[in-house]
Design a protein around this ligand. Structure first.
Ligand SMILES: Nc1nc2c(ncn2[C@@H]2O[C@H](COP(=O)(O)OP(=O)(O)OP(=O)(O)O)[C@@H](O)[C@H]2O)c(=O)[nH]1
Ligand SMILES: [Mg+2]
Length: 270
């Protein structure tokens, strides 16, 4: 085990509460590997972020499933700061029976990359104290943040080791890539776009948003679809050649933000 990972686990062991953060669109696939095995005896809560990107029905489905795991669960989004803070207070009172000797609660925030860990900490702190961006791998090291007189919080880098990524089932890998949990350099954008396209074709019940109907035409062949997007969006390379890579990226973005029901693709009935 690397020194950094070892130190991270040691810090988490010292926490009174561990909040596992998952992207609500992928409630199963964004689980932190081995968390229960390593910290099963610790007070833990599950916060599903980006709740604004799914429907109310999907939100409830995820919460029902999460609560069946016996954990305090919340579906949160960074626009609703008050609700987020309320869930922190409730999670702490539900889960924590013992504070440290000095009466300071230590809360560890852990999750896969780009799920919204640091954004959450900035909201708890009430100002931007840690770096946030829409790409995985922004937080590079552990950092303790004082939230209030009686709470400190540990921001951590997204957990996604090479071994973990290698162990992923192909479809899970593609889902993580489509939702930007994995870095662009770790996959072929074209392959991820083709996966989204297949899902769009299979899910004939999906109602495409009016403004995307013409762009995401599921009746076109994949290559024709990308060519059509390149033309409509004016994605061109030098010499006027259609920029298929950029069209793939655009297509994936539209799918994961507005179209594909990733929750239902992830939370399959058992
Ligand atoms: N739509 C939406 N976007 C969110 C939400 N929470 C975070 N984000 C966005 O998700 C992106 C990643 O946020 P971060 O807080 O940097 O994620 P992180 O988990 O700390 O990422 P790493 O440090 O790379 O592991 C940013 O663009 C945030 O604005 C949310 O509730 N809804
Ligand atoms: Mg971060």
């Amino acid at each position: 085990m690397s020194i950094q990972k070892n130190a991270l686990y040691q810090d988490l062991k010292d926490c009174n509460l561990i909040i596992e953060v998952r992207d609500i669109r992928l409630p199963v696939t964004t689980a932190v590997p081995l968390l229960k095995a390593k910290f099963g005896s610790k007070a833990r809560a599950l916060f599903f972020t980006k709740a604004d990107l799914v429907s109310e029905g999907q939100r409830q489905k995820v919460l029902t499933w999460g609560r069946s795991q016996g954990l305090y669960c919340a579906a949160v989004n960074i626009s609703d700061k008050q609700a987020l803070k309320r869930h922190l207070t409730q999670a702490a009172s539900h889960c924590v029976t013992q504070k440290s000797l000095l009466g300071i609660l230590r809360v560890g925030i852990i999750g896969l990359p780009n799920v919204g860990k640091s954004s959450m900490i900035n909201i708890f702190r009430g100002k931007n104290v840690v770096k946030v961006a829409n790409r995985p791998g922004v937080t590079k090291g552990r950092q303790w943040i004082r939230i209030s007189d009686n709470m400190v919080m540990l921001d951590t880098p997204g957990i996604a080791t090479i071994a973990y990524k290698k162990s992923l089932h192909k479809e899970n890998f593609l889902k993580l890539a489509a939702c930007r949990i994995l870095a662009d350099s770790e996959y072929e954008m074209l392959e991820v776009a083709e996966y989204c396209y297949q899902k769009l074709k299979e899910n004939t019940s999906i109602t495409l948003p009016e403004e995307l109907k013409e762009v995401l035409d599921r009746h076109l062949e994949f290559s024709d679809l990308l060519a059509s997007i390149s033309i409509r969006q004016n994605f061109k390379k030098v010499g006027g050649v259609p920029d298929i890579e950029r069209a793939s990226r655009y297509f994936c973005e539209q799918c994961h933000l507005h179209v594909l029901p990733f929750v239902d693709m992830d939370l399959l009935p058992t």
